[in-house]
Design a protein around this ligand. Sequence first.
Ligand code: PGA
Length: 253
Amino acid sequence: MKKNKIIIANMKMNGSLSSNEIYLTKIKNNFNNFKNLDIGLCLPYPYLFQAKKFLINTKIRWGSQNVAKFENGPYTGEISAAMLKEFDSKYVIVGHSERSTAYCESDENIADKFEKVKKYKMTPVLCVGETLIEREAGIMERVIASQLDVIVKIYGAGIFENSIVAYEPIWAIGSDMAATPDQANKMCNYIKDFICKEHSCDFKNFNIIYGGSVNPKNAVQLFASESLNGVLIGRSSINFDEFSHICSAAENS
Ligand code: PGA
């Protein structure tokens, strides 16, 4: 049976109660008929309640862009997995490079966050990717392997069941320089082999998606790649028309 394509919107630090109301109404009215897609909106934390209110009776799910690595306690400003679950969040982005760069997030922190999301039965969207210098040096596979390996070493490869890995080359994020379908394909295949073959895991539900400058122009080609189960979209997800265009391309791919 053909798998549904996964479309995750990383809305980053955008939106307001009033603009979300317009956006979520459009999403609700136009996206609920897509049969072949699993769509998730990862919003800023304060808007989870609003997303739930608008999307509750639709097939579209919501979630966040980060989570605390701790359960609870004296961690000022942090939001726990249990709290996200209370808002019926489904998807949680972990390890986005904008966070690892700005807040010096280590691979070990990311592994603990991944585990917390799994523990509360939500779906982690783990971002991995190399810098341009690392790609030019030809070490992108080694970089990705070391990012994944931290999780495998601490929690075992089996933790990747019911999760999503997003291959997001850092040079492609926010840059208008998306990976070519061939580059994305190769790296997504590499990730799949690393988790499934090298660690002998036969998952029922493990997906690999691509993120980094996905837009209506390159979406069709990206969806043609066999090894990609979907996309993680930043800028083009906050523009309803562009987002809608990408979803239609995925639905018909
Ligand atoms: P972009 O962002 O689509 O704007 O490049 C993607 C991301 O950061 O997840």
